[in-house]
Ligand binder design. Structure first.
Ligand code: NDP
Length: 476
């Protein structure tokens, strides 16, 4: 109940006191606070129009101009190719129009992933107390890893038997992207309308555009299926992986082998999907789940933005080879360096997320041991050090979390830049993800730090003194 104090019991097993925290007045206040983000209504309208437009623009650059950025003819400059709007419309009408076949591929995947989310076995974990639900903890069925393995086997069978060749994904990329964009808008609208009808709207600003962007509902659910958690990990990352796999298979079909950079992208995306599924039980305590609402920002970006923009490195490698006949490769030293950087960053990303989330789960009383692959050493800290806050929550100051305040962000960014570097320096597009992600994380850090400073007050100052750097020790 609002206003009740947190209860502390000790859980000697790992030295982390159990805080089955109840919602405080401050939690309620912060959860209901409306602050215009992203430039307010005008900014979000710009983003809702800008994101899909940018996706088409980048797609044209990749598809027809070898990843070179083109400019409208009126701004024509020496050395930079100009385009005419008619050419863009013609390209979209031909190679990115919605088709039934593309709808079958994309929505077929969505359908299968929903069915798997309902039917696959997995543990059920409790989330954090939700202030707007009087402290109720929602339950999450974490069967992502079983669904992921099932999907891998199913797709291998479909490909090998020729029922559905995975190369069809890249052959129909433009069409599928359009279906994903349409689906993103459709799902956002459906969730918004249902939430309004069911009376589950929360933290509404009163401005339709802003609320459509940020979302109306905090936890949309259909039975046991939490739509937000499903959208966060079951859709974007597997589709991204399949796009990269499709590019690599295309190369294999034409060359008879897969080059180092193409294999790198498949590995990079495999690691990301696998990490999300194997550690799914950690996600209910994350900020997206217990604080962010389910609006255009999360839905569109997960349904269309992530899979169809984070894949540019893989597509660029493939297109470059198709148009020049030369596959991009690098020296052994550079290739080994990038593989090492990717794996090292992945290790910190995986164990960093795991250290904090497991610590939080121990505190929350929802910690479970899982043997999903790979369980990396240092992913769970024994008897960790932490700062106890007056709020009741504990702030971890051990492991990677004793080095910087956002170790998982730094590692994620290193992975992101490695996805660009593996393509060389011929195009900006493979670096788009890194640049975009840097902006997202910088903005996220700012929002998060402001919220934590309000929530924890002097304890947050103590924590920042104890862990002074955010991303890189002694630098920033
Ligand atoms: P965090 O995991 O950083 O979660 C932030 C929350 O964690 C804070 O609000 C606070 O919550 C709690 N917290 C912060 N510091 C501590 C601490 N020292 N000890 C205990 N709890 C702490 O945020 P995200 O959800 O943003 O990121 C999760 C992962 O997802 C990251 O690896 C990120 O890179 C990745 N990500 C990837 C994206 C992509 O597009 N590729 C997009 C966004 C995220 P409380 O109020 O409960 O204390």
């Amino acid at each position: 109940m609002a206003g009740q104090k947190t209860e502390a019991k000790s859980a000697p097993a790992n030295g982390v006191p159990l805080f089955k925290s109840k919602v405080t007045d401050l939690d309620l206040k912060l959860d209901n606070e409306i602050v215009y983000e992203f430039g307010g209504p005008i900014g979000v309208v710009g983003m809702m129009l800008g994101f899909p437009s940018l996706m088409y623009y980048f797609w044209v650059c990749l598809e027809y101009h070898q990843g070179k950025l083109i400019v409208p003819a009126v701004f024509s400059m020496d050395g930079i190719k100009a385009f005419f709007w008619n050419d863009i419309w013609a390209a979209i009408a031909k190679d990115a129009c919605p088709t039934w076949y593309a709808a079958k591929i994309y929505l077929g995947y969505i359908f299968i992933s929903v069915i798997l989310a309902y039917t696959m076995p997995g543990p059920v974990v409790e989330g954090l107390p939700i202030p707007s639900l009087q402290g109720k903890r929602l339950k999450y069925l974490c069967n992502g890893i079983a669904a992921w393995y099932f999907l891998l086997v199913l797709s291998a069978v479909l490909h090998v038997t020729g029922i559905f060749r995975l190369t069809e994904i890249i052959d129909n990329f433009g069409h599928i992207m359009t279906i994903a964009i349409m689906w993103g808008f459709f799902l956002t609208t459906s969730v918004y309308v249902m939430s309004t009808i069911l009376g589950t709207n929360h933290r509404m600003s009163g401005n339709f555009f802003y609320d459509y962007f940020m979302g109306a509902c905090l936890n949309p659910r259909v039975g046991i299926l939490d739509l937000k958690m499903w959208a966060e990990i079951r859709v974007p990352w597997p589709i991204l992986f399949y796009i990269s796999l499709s590019c690599a298979l295309k190369q294999y079909e034409t060359r008879g082998y897969v080059t180092g950079p193409a294999a790198f992208m498949v590995l990079a995306h495999f690691l990301y999907v696998n990490a999300c599924q194997k550690g799914e039980e950690c996600i209910p305590t994350s900020w997206d789940i217990f604080y962010e609402k389910d609006g255009f920002m999360l839905i569109f970006w997960n349904m269309a933005g992530v899979p169809f923009t984070y894949c540019y490195a893989s597509i660029y490698l493939m297109k470059f080879e198709q148009t020049t006949g030369i596959a991009i490769t690098h020296s052994w030293a550079f290739t080994v360096f990038l593989f090492t950087a990717l794996l090292a960053a992945y290790y910190i990303f995986d164990t960093g997320n795991s250290q904090k989330n497991r610590f939080r789960m121990e505190q929350n009383g929802s910690f479970i041991v899982r043997n999903t692959f790979p369980q990396l050493p240092y992913g769970h800290i024994k008897n960790p050090s932490y700062i106890k806050t007056a709020h009741g929550n504990l702030l971890l100051t051990d492991g990677w979390w004793g080095v910087v305040r956002k170790p998982h962000y730094t590692a994620d960014l290193v992975m992101a830049i490695s996805w660009g570097l593996i393509t060389g320096f011929g195009s900006f597009l493979p670096y788009f993800y890194f640049c975009f992600f840097l902006c997202v994380l910088t903005h996220r850090v700012t929002r998060d730090m402001e919220r934590c400073a309000k929530k924890y007050g002097k304890d947050w100052d103590r924590y920042c003194e104890r862990v002074p750097y955010i991303f890189v020790p002694y630098v920033f």
